[in-house]
Write a protein that binds this ligand. Structure first.
Ligand code: GTP
Length: 597
């Protein structure tokens, strides 16, 4: 049986057509009936379908017969956006082969290189494929040239397909069967089992459901299993495969990819990369995945404190299916109790906040996202700061370190001049420029992560009319010249608006945020100021005048001294209000400030 299993993944740069190709494979193998077929069927989340992007990897089992021999093909479709590359790294560990897909109208892009590197590091068999060959402006030959150079293979071994029309897809399935090796067990004789967990799901009825790749032995309903790292045990309630919806079966044997229903309903700290084994006949755990390092952090608070527990539960559930998410409880004077949540990028942040709202019906306040800084205090102790509001005062800081990244950009050469200007503005150092293929350049950059998060990607796209692509990875810490910029509203510091900025940009940033708030904050009954403060100085200030109300309106004529008395009383009242006055900042202002940034 195992000789007839092939496990593979489709990897590519964003939008090069993975999900569409997967659709054709499902159709050709009859896994999904034609009448039930819809576009990008494996993108099951509403958000994925609305935005046309894959967020989560999705496994599916296909039966396919070649030359009279039936085969089981387990495919894991993966996302292309760099924020979700952790999904790709997990999918890769569960398979033996990868279809490396390159769009014939785009050629090899930055993210193609990153996913290829991941697949190579895991020792996968790589099947190079040029996609979208149906398009009139497809540059099949040039794209093959790039791939051939990259992989050191001949043009002949690179397949041509169209995920749209289905051209070449049958041949691709045959190539998967021919080139990808069948799974091999390290413990062929074992009565126990080992399963690598690559994903989780939580179902109200079934509790925690594990998605795993059985590496050795087999699992059936009723088996007593243990999570190796977690130490928690459970009796298997059901096992099954993805077709693509969950379909129960008798057992899962080595080499197979499927799901295991644990029935565990409490919150457990299980993580992907953990190994499942039989409780009374343990096998050693498999080396799991690398811990992910969040790149940006944002504080998330429920709009009403009553929802705090619900927010915690929602984050725990989301973490089960998205192990790259990390969070810790924190408290803020103005916002109450909430969480500091770590993300792999701004799109990840956006998707998670959207899922919290939609899937869990929560109204949230999200503070300005930030990266982490390592601060050495004057006393010498080091501290990692995740929240700008907790950044120490300037006189308590000896040194500050911040993360840097190494970025790869692939671009047509005509944009190089404009790009250099943009790199300069973002403090990026060019480490090298190489020719990439015949008509493009590959640029290697070093830059602070802080600058990468400052709209770098959008600016790259607009500077190059969408032609350049980007990938990056963390490269280490370097000393930073940054300061904490506070926002004061009616003399009160609003913690959620604090941010870390470079000393050189502090004044501009202060003016920007003050101006933005002036347009967003509602006027009060009294005058107040919005100020930006850093390095102990007020760098920007705007006055908001109080709402004027004629308190004598209701008087008909009469004695002028009555009017004067009333106005005097109003003046005193306003003065008092100003003295104790706090501006109540509506929650949507926090969101609007973040959105506009
Ligand atoms: P992410 O998972 O978000 O990275 O995207 P993806 O790689 O799964 O790409 P997807 O399948 O969503 O396709 C991106 C776009 O290219 C869609 O508009 C598809 O209709 C289109 N597309 C995909 N394959 C082909 C093809 O072979 N020919 C043509 N003409 N268009 C294609």
């Amino acid at each position: 049986m195992q000789n007839h299993i092939r496990n593979f993944s489709i990897i590519a740069h964003i939008d090069h057509g993975k999900s569409t190709l997967a659709d054709r494979m499902l159709e050709i193998t009859g896994t999904i009936e034609k009448r039930k077929m819809r576009e990008q069927v494996l993108d099951q989340m509403d958000l994925e379908r609305e935005r046309g992007i894959t967020i989560k990897m999705q496994p599916v089992r296909m039966d396919h017969t070649v030359g009279g021999t039936p085969y089981v093909l387990n495919l894991i479709d993966t996302p292309g956006h760099i924020d979700f590359s952790y999904e790709v790294s997990r999918a890769i560990k569960a398979v033996e082969g990868a279809v490396l897909l390159v769009d014939a109208t785009q050629g090899v892009q930055a993210q193609t290189l990153t996913v290829l590197e991941m697949a190579r590091a895991s020792g996968l068999t790589i099947i190079p494929v040029v996609n979208k060959v149906d398009l009139p402006f497809a540059q099949v030959h040039e794209t093959k040239d790039q791939i051939a150079k990259l992989l050191g293979v001949s043009h002949g071994s690179i397949l041509e397909v169209s995920g749209k029309t289905g051209q070449g897809v049958l041949e691709l399935l045959s190539a998967v069967i021919e080139r990808v090796p069948p799974p091999v067990s390290d413990y062929p004789e074992t009565r126990s089992s080992r399963t690598l967990i690559f994903d989780f799901e939580y179902s109200k009825h079934k509790g925690v459901v594990v998605y795993g790749r059985v590496l050795d032995g087999s699992i059936k309903t009723g088996d007593l299993l243990t999570f190796c790292a977690l130490g928690e045990s459970f009796t298997v309630l059901e096992v099954g495969t993805f077709s693509p919806e969950k379909t129960a079966c008798d057992s899962l044997s080595h080499g197979e990819i499927g799901y295991i229903v644990t029935g565990i309903k409490k919150a457990i700290q299980a993580s992907v990369g953990d190994t499942l084994t039989h409780k009374h006949d343990k096998l050693p755990p498999i080396a799991g995945y690398q811990e992910v390092q969040p790149l940006v952090w944002a504080s998330i608070y429920p709009e009403g404190q009553d929802d705090f527990v619900l927010l915690r539960q929602a984050l725990e559930r989301l973490k089960l299916s998205d192990s790259s998410l990390s969070f810790e409880e924190e408290a803020s004077g103005t916002l109450g109790r909430g969480f500091r949540v770590g993300f792999l990028g701004m799109l990840h942040l956006e998707i998670i906040s959207e899922r919290l709202k939609r899937e869990h019906n929560l109204s949230l306040v999200i503070a300005s996202p930030t990266i982490t800084y390592e601060v050495v205090r004057t006393g010498g102790e080091r501290e990692i700061i995740y929240n700008p509001a907790l950044f120490p005062e300037a006189n308590d800081i000896e040194k500050i370190f911040e993360p840097w990244v190494i970025a790869t950009i692939i671009t047509p050469p005509e944009y190089l001049g404009d790009l250099m200007v943009m790199f300069h503005e973002h403090e990026a150092n060019v480490v090298g420029i190489d020719l990439f293929g015949d008509n493009r350049n590959e640029i290697l950059l070093e830059m602070p992560l802080r600058e990468l998060m400052r709209n770098f990607f959008d600016q790259l796209k607009s500077t190059t009319s969408g032609y350049a692509s980007l990938s990056y990875k963390l490269s280490g810490l370097r000393e930073a010249d940054v300061v904490r910029l506070d926002v004061l509203v009616a003399e009160d510091r609003v913690a959620a608006f604090s941010r870390i900025v470079t000393r050189a940009r502090a004044e501009r940033e202060a003016q920007d945020v003050v101006e933005r708030l002036k347009n967003l904050l509602p006027r009060q009954m009294f005058d107040f100021k919005i100020q930006g403060k850093a390095m102990g100085r007020i760098l920007a200030s705007r006055a908001m005048s109080g709402i004027k109300k004629d308190v004598t309106d209701y008087l008909y004529g009469g004695d002028i001294t009555r009017k004067m008395k009333l106005r005097e009383k109003q003046k005193k009242g306003k003065k008092k209000m100003k003295a104790v006055g706090r501006v109540n900042i509506p929650n949507d202002v926090f969101l609007k400030v973040m959105k506009e940034e």
